[in-house]
Design a protein. Structure first.
Length: 333
């Protein structure tokens, strides 16, 4: 082949490669349900090593590099290992943390798919905004009341301790130290989300019906859904409220009757849903805040979860409190 032929062939090959490079990749599209909606069905987990709020050492850093993420995950896994270390050098708080061994925890082994440094994505600093003066007052009063009356009766104990409600049931669906699995089922006019923890089920109508009257309040609020393109949007209001309402282990927050949560579920790949939830409670927080996390597909089914703390632990808690009261009453004043 002549030099001229080789040169022409090379130019044509480069042109073809350029044309291929300029061809946009085909966007991934989710399958559709029988009624034409994006298919979100399956078993999912939001277990993650990503912290709820951005740690101070990562202030101003929204995303990890690949190397930073690997180092952070390694550190978090070591911190979460409740079975390592010398018991003789542990304090009461460390030993209480080991009430369950590692087999029971399910924090995952990686951070969120987006490499964010916190689940809170708005405000941009990755921190929950300050409480309003009224919100701070409610928060302090709730904690002082719990300190003064930790176990007068079972109603004084947290809802999760009584096996009534765990925060990862949502909304918002925040990851806990274990049992972070969900099953999503769709049917015409409804989407159903079952949380593994306390096998709690939320049935969300999608048919445009109005919310229940504000006089009817529920622990998980009153949810109504709609589709915005490929995203399922769920609005929830009318939450039941008392000083036991919290946002869970990852964040000791507080709510009131004005709480409004907006959730967004967007399937971005065969094994991923991006979940966003905005908390808007003008009585408690100075401005709304938003979390974002990944739901990862799981092939395993969800097994039955039985909560026995409310059956067995409650007896011990209340018996111990009565014994302390009896001891205190017997002391001379």
């Amino acid at each position: 082949m002549s030099y001229r032929s080789i040169a022409i062939a090379s130019v044509l090959a480069l042109a073809a490669a350029g044309a291929i490079a300029q061809t946009p990749a085909k966007a991934w599209a989710p399958a559709r349900t029988s009624d034409g909606q994006p298919d979100l069905q399956g078993t999912w987990t939001n277990a993650t090593l990503t912290p709820f709020q951005r740690p101070p050492e990562f202030a101003g850093k929204e995303f990890f590099t690949e190397q930073e993420e690997a180092a952070f995950e390694k550190t978090r896994l070591q911190q979460n290992d409740v079975e390592s270390g010398d018991d003789s050098k542990r304090g009461p708080a460390d030993l209480a943390r080991r009430a369950y061994n590692g087999a029971w925890f399910d924090r995952g082994s990686h951070g969120v798919n987006t490499r964010r440094t916190s689940l809170v994505v708005d405000p941009p600093d990755g921190r929950v905004p300050a409480m309003t003066p009224e919100g701070k007052k409610k928060f302090d009063e709730a904690h002082m009341n719990f300190a003064a009356h930790p176990a007068d009766g079972p109603e004084n104990r947290p809802l999760s301790e009584r096996c009534i409600l765990f925060p990862n049931a949502g909304p918002p669906m925040l990851p806990e130290p274990y049992n972070n699995n969900y099953q999503i089922v769709q049917s015409p006019g409804f989407v159903t989300i079952m949380a593994e923890m306390v096998h709690d089920v939320r049935v969300v109508p999608l048919d445009g019906r109005p919310h229940l009257p504000s006089s009817i309040r529920q622990w998980k609020g009153d949810s109504r859904g709609r589709w915005e393109g490929k995203t399922l949007v769920i609005d929830t209001i009318n939450f039941a409220y008392n000083d036991k309402s919290r946002f869970g282990v990852v964040y000791d927050g507080i709510t009131d009757q004005n709480l409004h949560v907006t959730e967004r579920f967007t399937r971005t790949g065969p094994n991923t849903i991006i979940y966003r939830a905005t908390v808007d409670d003008p009585t408690i927080y100075s401005k709304p805040w938003t979390i974002e996390t990944s739901l990862s597909k799981r092939q395993e089914p969800i097994y039955e979860y039985a909560c026995h703390e409310g059956n067995y632990g409650m007896f011990g808690i209340l018996s111990g409190e009565r014994a302390q009261e009896k001891t205190a009453a017997s002391k001379p004043r």
